[in-house]
Design a protein around this ligand. Structure first.
Ligand SMILES: Cc1cc2nc3c(=O)[nH]c(=O)nc-3n(C[C@H](O)[C@H](O)[C@H](O)COP(=O)(O)O)c2cc1C
Length: 357
């Protein structure tokens, strides 16, 4: 289970009956609209240029925890049926693990009992369940005026330049339209080569009050990172200036404090809104790196596990050329979930403190 006061876990397999999530600790009385959940799930389809031809309609089926369109406070179980899975192809590669994929490690970890069809529990399909959980988290955040929005920062060597205003007023996966056109062309070229490509999603949360998180295991950077790394294909996370800090001086890195309209803010936001593992009231800025999709159509080397022989592998099947366009809403969802959990945790302290003052 991820989270402390607000918790969720996911279940299902890529080619099993369903994928779904179980959410616990959701406050009661929150209005739920399945058409809104569906809209979030549609954002996970990504774009034609980069996505596999598998297309799941994804109509969420709420099994518990919602009554008369409102949360009841009881555990919420939601499933999404798998309808467009084609499994026969995976029999061919059962003993020849795909390079870059979890086929080998999953078979070792589960003693060969893992469902290998479509990557089983390790499939990107499971991220649909994360998006459903994210919907509920956003409902908690909405009440406090917290908004989370992600975009495609980079595909290969093409980088977007997006301001905060532009990000929160645009519905595009990448609000830098010039860079976006280049990115789509690049993905299309890579697709034609039978290869894949990686990139970066930047996600920003605004309206986050100061004081969420803490040191040690409550560390907001730590908890956000853990949530991001739970997404398949993630290989790196940074906050604020991130890895650029390595070439900065303290005088360049430190965010100067300032009072603006009676509110404490910082002039810059190199810290990405977090200090000491605790939010400082500035926008929380995280960047998440996705590796190129492991499944590619080019010939690769692998091992036949039955004979322990080196063999070559030429994949067939349906794969995403680039994970990143599908992943934007997934990153937003995980960020929203961690922040909603921390917001509820913070409330319990605020209530206690006010009571005593
Ligand atoms: C939204 C999404 C879609 C994905 N689509 C594919 C895919 O079509 N083919 C593939 O090989 N991997 C795909 N992946 C990545 C694999 O699931 C992932 O690389 C694999 O499970 C190994 O895990 P790791 O990369 O985190 O180590 C996808 C991941 C996400 C988040």
């Amino acid at each position: 289970m991820m989270g402390k006061l607000l918790r969720f876990s996911i279940f299902g397999e890529s080619h099993g009956k369903v994928v779904g999530c179980l959410i616990e600790g959701m406050p009661p009385g929150i209005r739920v609209d399945t058409t809104e959940i569906k809209k979030d799930l549609e954002r996970r389809w990504g774009i034609r240029e980069s996505s596999s031809s598998r297309r799941e309609e994804d109509t969420p089926e709420i099994l518990s925890g919602v009554f008369r369109a409102h949360t009841t406070g009881a555990p919420i179980a939601i499933v999404l049926k798998n309808r467009d899975a084609k499994s026969s192809y995976y029999e061919e590669i059962k003993y020849t693990p795909r390079p870059g994929h979890s086929d080998y490690t999953a078979s070792v970890r589960y003693f060969g009992y893992n469902d290998y069809r479509g990557g089983g529990f390790f499939s990107g399909r499971l991220t649909a369940a994360m998006v459903v959980a994210g919907y509920f988290a956003r409902k908690v955040l909405e009440r406090e005026g917290v908004r989370v929005r992600g975009y495609i920062k980079r595909i290969g060597d093409i980088e977007a330049n997006v301001s905060l205003e532009n990000l929160f007023s645009s519905a595009l996966l990448c609000p830098d339209e010039e860079a976006w056109e280049k990115m789509k062309r690049r993905i299309e070229e890579i697709r034609k080569e039978g290869d894949s490509i990686g990139g970066i999603v930047e996600s920003v949360a605004i309206g986050v009050p100061a004081g969420l998180g803490g040191p040690f295991d409550d560390d907001l950077e730590g908890e956000l990172s853990r949530a991001f790394f739970a997404i398949h294909g993630v290989k790196g996370v940074e906050f604020g200036a991130g890895f650029r800090f390595s070439v900065m001086k303290g005088s360049e890195a430190n965010d100067n404090l300032i009072v603006r309209n009676g509110k404490l803010e910082t002039n810059e936001n190199n810290m990405g809104g977090i200090l000491g593992g605790i939010s400082n009231g500035m926008p929380i800025v995280a960047r998440v790196v996705f590796k190129p999709t492991p499944s590619i159509y080019k010939e690769q080397k692998t091992v036949d596990l039955r004979r322990m022989e080196n063999v070559s592998l030429k994949l067939r099947g349906r794969f995403d050329t680039c994970i990143v366009p599908k992943a934007v809403v997934v990153i937003e969802s995980m960020m929203a979930f961690v922040l909603a959990d921390h917001l509820l945790r913070r409330y319990s302290y605020l209530y206690f403190m006010n009571d005593k003052i």
